[in-house]
Design a protein around this ligand. Sequence first.
Ligand code: HEC
Ligand code: HEC
Ligand code: HEC
Length: 115
Amino acid sequence: MLTRAGSVVVFLAVLAFPFFYNLVSTGYSSSATAQPQLKIAKPGKCVEDTAWMRKNHMKMLIHVREKAVREGVRSVDHSFHGCINCHPKREEFCNRCHDYVGVKPECWNCHHYDL
Ligand code: HEC
Ligand code: HEC
Ligand code: HEC
């Protein structure tokens, strides 16, 4: 039998579930919740603010592609060349998140990026 206090705790936990679920699924989780273990091969700074990158790197890559392919303007740091320089192993970085959320970018069919 749950005590009254116990059922209040359970009720609050159920109520809070979507909140914690969002924290985990967007990657903005506290250290207490499970999250992908990313290996930062070269500590320092990313090409943009970390939180921004977490959310927008995919849009950024597509934007950089359009610039390069359509307008011939190349940005080394912001393209795969840059990513590979600082995040050399896809398996230890990119894939940790992608496997976690279940996305499989098809980019590697054509672009080389070491596992
Ligand atoms: C000059 C080195 C450098 C380059 C180039 C670089 N990164 Fe980063 N990146 C880092 C570092 C260092 C961090 C961790 C920063 C921190 O701990 O705040 C990071 C963090 C990130 C994160 C957030 C990880 C997290 O903790 O959630 C993502 C996503 C990311 N990088 C993607 C990319 C992509 C995609 C590219 C290529 C377009 C790229 N980075 C290019 C150095 C780099
Ligand atoms: C902090 C977690 C995280 C890290 C680290 C990360 N990604 Fe992602 N990436 C995601 C998430 C989440 C999505 C899916 C976003 C969506 O569906 O809106 C995604 C999507 C993408 C996409 C778009 C896929 C598609 O088919 O639409 C590309 C491209 C991509 N990531 C490249 C990279 C590269 C390259 C790296 C490593 C340098 C990297 N990502 C590292 C979380 C991450
Ligand atoms: C069918 C093959 C193919 C696929 C799949 C593919 N690309 Fe590309 N990509 C290319 C080719 C070809 C170029 C032009 C190469 C060049 O001009 O150097 C290019 C160029 C780029 C560039 C510019 C390179 C530079 O030097 O600045 C970026 C960034 C890029 N692609 C990102 C992506 C991303 C992100 C994905 C996945 C969402 C992806 N590509 C999927 C073939 C592909």
